[in-house]
Design a protein around this ligand. Structure first.
Ligand code: GDP
Ligand code: IMO
Ligand code: MG
Length: 422
């Protein structure tokens, strides 16, 4: 399969989990390289639903090694819960999961600060998942983070935690929040550390040994291009590099070992949380929500919905170097008479065919639409490209062309078998 980076080309929740699960069949190793348990990747295997937060979606295939790379921030309590949850569903985790020694740990003060900052921001809030992601990456950059290698060495961990809690309690008090008990946090985290110790290893060496053996690695992106800390709609973003470069820094695999980049995108657009979404539209949102679709996999919040935005996906193709695209949720558009696609933005008399960096300008921008006739036929049973209605194929070809990438996969349902290789 070659070493493949898979990224979200929109605002997250593009269906990456499903596509990863499909592509894992051909891979030897699957690696998460950024983000934390803010991610929620849904995979259906034989009607059983799995939602993965930290563990790569590749875990659902037998004997695939799954790595949580150095670029990820790990809430150890939540990782233990996720492993136990998978075990209960009969998924083999032991021997297949490897966790980087240098991945940073999310601590309770990160979660608390995440929540407090959102309250303080009021109407300007980001709408975070409140998983402590921003403060954890903040501590990493400020060089005051604790890492998995610390967590599995109790004495070292406790000493560092004591100092960190003392400092963070002062900040929490300033917010009017309850300070944390060192003893309580220490006890819970050491227990999680003892549990996780057997998974923690030098994942950079592990990945390079896999490369030397000629194995194929699949890099599982979390979030999406426009939630990237550098390339997204800042400040309404997450705190990691969700774009293709993050796969290198977050794993220790160098750029010249990457063979291709696959961008996953929905046949329309969704976003959960605040911030600009130029093609947001109640018509399509109400329709999808009435179908029971587009509720967040991590927080259960209804996702904001809009038409396909090719200005955004073209930008995503550019910053990620996307060669091929996987378009998901095509079946969500089956009932529509007419389907709109944004081809440019307009602010007053000025037209943009790229995404402006100025967030205020972007918020003012109105989409310029092209219209496509709907196919008004169910697509969820299609197995091959030629099974899709001609109008649906024309739509998919058009959005691929507008996104400047080659159509690779068309997905017509959440199941593995609802995947068309184009
Ligand atoms: P991720 O975060 O990118 O992995 O995406 P999520 O799992 O958060 O959200 C995508 C949702 O779309 C999940 O509920 C998937 O089961 C579902 N899904 C993925 N592809 C398809 C598809 O082609 N059709 C339908 N109906 N659902 C899909
Ligand atoms: P997956 O991997 C969609 C959004 C949050 C919020 C912003 C910042 O499932 O696609 P954070 O908690 O990261 O500080 O929140 O980013 N967000 C996601 N939206 N899918 C995700 O992950 C997301 N992870 C974070 O809603 O707007
Ligand atoms: Mg998701």
């Amino acid at each position: 399969m070659a070493n493949t980076i898979l990224v979200g080309a929109q605002w997250g929740d593009e269906g990456k989990g499903k596509i990863i699960d499909v592509l894992t069949e051909e891979a030897d190793v699957v690696v998460r390289t950024q983000g934390g348990n803010n991610a929620g990747h849904t995979v259906f295997v034989k009607k059983q639903k799995y939602v993965l937060h930290l563990i790569p979606s590749g875990i659902l295939r037998r004997n695939k090694r799954c790595v949580i790379g150095n670029g990820v921030v790990i809430d150890p309590i939540s990782l233990v819960e996720e492993i136990e949850g998978l075990r209960k569903l009969g998924v083999k985790v032991d021997g297949n999961l490897f966790v980087s020694e240098t991945a940073h740990v999310v601590l309770p003060y990160h979660r608390e600060l995440d929540a407090q900052r959102e309250v303080l921001k009021g109407k300007d809030r980001i709408g975070t998942t409140k998983r402590g992601i921003g403060p954890a990456y903040g501590d990493k950059a400020a060089r005051v983070g604790l890492r998995m290698i610390d967590l599995i060495q109790p004495e070292r961990f406790s000493a560092q935690l004591r100092t960190r809690i003392r400092e963070n309690n002062e900040v929490l008090k300033a917010f009017g929040a309850r300070p944390l008990s060192f003893e309580k946090v220490n006890r819970a985290y050491l227990e999680a550390g003892r549990y996780l110790k057997r998974f923690v290893t030098n994942t950079v060496v592990l990945l390079h040994e896999a490369l030397l053996r000629g194995e194929d690695i699949l890099f599982e992106g979390a979030q999406g291009t426009f939630l990237d800390i550098d390339h997204g709609t800042y400040p309404f973003v997450t705190s990691s590099n969700t774009t293709a470069g993050g796969a290198c820094t977050g794993s220790g695999v160098p750029p010249h070992r990457m063979d291709r980049v696959v961008g996953v995108m929905k046949a329309y657009t969704t976003r959960v949380g605040e911030g600009p979404l130029p093609t947001e539209d109640a018509e399509i949102g109400d329709m999808l929500h009435a179908m029971g679709r587009e509720f967040g996999a991590t927080t259960g919040r209804p996702r904001r919905c809009g038409w396909f935005d090719s200005v955004a996906t073209r930008h995503a193709a550019m910053v990620n170097g996307i060669d091929e695209i996987a378009v998901t949720n095509i079946d969500g558009l089956d009932a529509l008479e007419t389907i709109k696609v944004c081809v440019a933005y307009r602010d007053g008399r000025k037209q943009y065919d790229y995404m402006p960096n100025d967030i205020e300008l972007l918020s003012r921008c109105r989409p310029v639409y092209a219209e496509f006739p709907g196919w008004k036929t169910p697509t969820h049973k299609a197995k091959r490209w030629k099974d899709l209605p001609p109008k649906c194929r024309a739509y998919l070809k058009a959005i691929a062309e507008l996104s400047c990438a080659r159509l690779f996969i068309a997905s017509v349902g959440p199941g593995r078998e609802q995947t068309i290789f184009v």
